[in-house]
Design a binder for this molecule. Structure first.
Ligand SMILES: [Zn+2]
Length: 307
């Protein structure tokens, strides 16, 4: 028996299907991942209009059936197109990485409203992000903004993707431990390095790591940078990336982290020496999710190189 379902959705994948139709995979707020056949969507005067473009937020209506996995899309009304994301290739690539990750971790008909709102939030941030004013040459005064922009390249997009992935993994039950040693549970001391072990799910203090640490060495400011990307709202990250740093933000962040003596100078130099944060986060995800999840990131080096 067929029933009519209404949902709010983000379009994550679109494929042509036969001569006139499209297969569309949505991330819906109410029902998780849903794949629909949009009949006639390839025709010039399709009733779906722009509502089936990639990353578009829409209100959709589809017919669900107990016996069929492929559903039939009845209507799609555009809510927001995120057209600003498509204007720059590197924005589009960043959005595609986030969408691909969501596509692979969410399950059919299993809602994940936190992840849905996170994706919407990061798409909005990508769309409105002012291209960074910082460059490798122009950072006369050391600050968080230039530090993060200079992680590996002057592009802010890897940092945003990194932040999205850290938060998405957290919502799915895999929040990396960045503040306390996973073995002795003591807070990581200021001014001391820590060793990030993706398989264990976080950092190990130098004392517990011993003489031959297994993890990736993180300087204190590198650890601060990862924590910043994990715990700071996307809009604040975007402000830091696009504008001069705000002293209040710096203070808030250090207070939240209980770290009072790692100044911005330290932060910048250490983050600049940090291994690509995306590599670090992907290493973490690789231990906790199906390897297929990481297939969509094979080109991430291209993202950093091409910006
Ligand atoms: Zn320890």
């Amino acid at each position: 028996m067929r029933r009519i379902v209404r949902a709010e959705a983000i379009c994550l994948r679109v494929r042509d299907y036969h001569e006139s139709s499209k297969l569309v995979t949505f991330f819906t707020l109410e029902h998780g991942k849903v794949s629909c056949l949009a009949k006639g969507a390839r025709r010039l005067k399709s009733r779906f209009g722009a509502a089936l473009d990639l990353f578009t937020r829409s209100r959709i209506i589809y017919y669900a059936s107990e016996t069929r996995t492929l559903l039939t899309l009845s209507d799609a009304e555009l809510v927001h197109a995120f057209s600003g994301v498509a204007l720059r290739p590197e924005r589009f690539l960043a959005a595609e990485q986030m969408a691909e990750f969501a596509l692979r971790v969410i399950q059919p008909h299993d809602p994940s409203p936190q992840l849905y709102r996170l994706l919407l939030n990061y798409l909005s941030t990508l769309e409105s992000l002012q291209y960074p004013v910082c460059s490798l040459q122009s950072s006369g005064s050391a600050n968080l903004q230039s530090a993060i922009c200079n992680l590996q390249s002057p592009s802010p997009y890897p940092a945003l993707v990194c932040s999205f992935l850290l938060k998405a993994a957290s919502f799915l039950g895999f929040r990396p431990e960045l503040r306390r040693c996973l073995i002795c549970r003591r807070p990581i001391e200021n001014q001391r390095p820590a060793y990030f072990e993706p398989g264990r799910g976080g950092v190990i203090c130098p004392r517990c790591a011993g003489e031959n640490p297994l993890g990736t060495r993180l300087e204190p400011a590198g650890l601060d940078a990862l924590a910043f990307l994990l715990y700071t709202p996307a809009a604040e990250i975007a402000r830091v990336l696009a504008n001069s740093p705000q002293p209040a933000l710096e203070t808030d962040r250090r207070e939240r982290q209980g770290r009072h003596d790692s100044g911005p100078d330290n932060l910048q130099s250490a983050i600049c020496n940090l291994q690509s944060p995306l590599d670090l986060v992907l290493g973490f995800l690789g231990h906790h999710f199906d390897p297929l999840v990481l297939n969509s990131f094979r080109w991430h080096a291209g993202l950093e190189r091409n910006t």
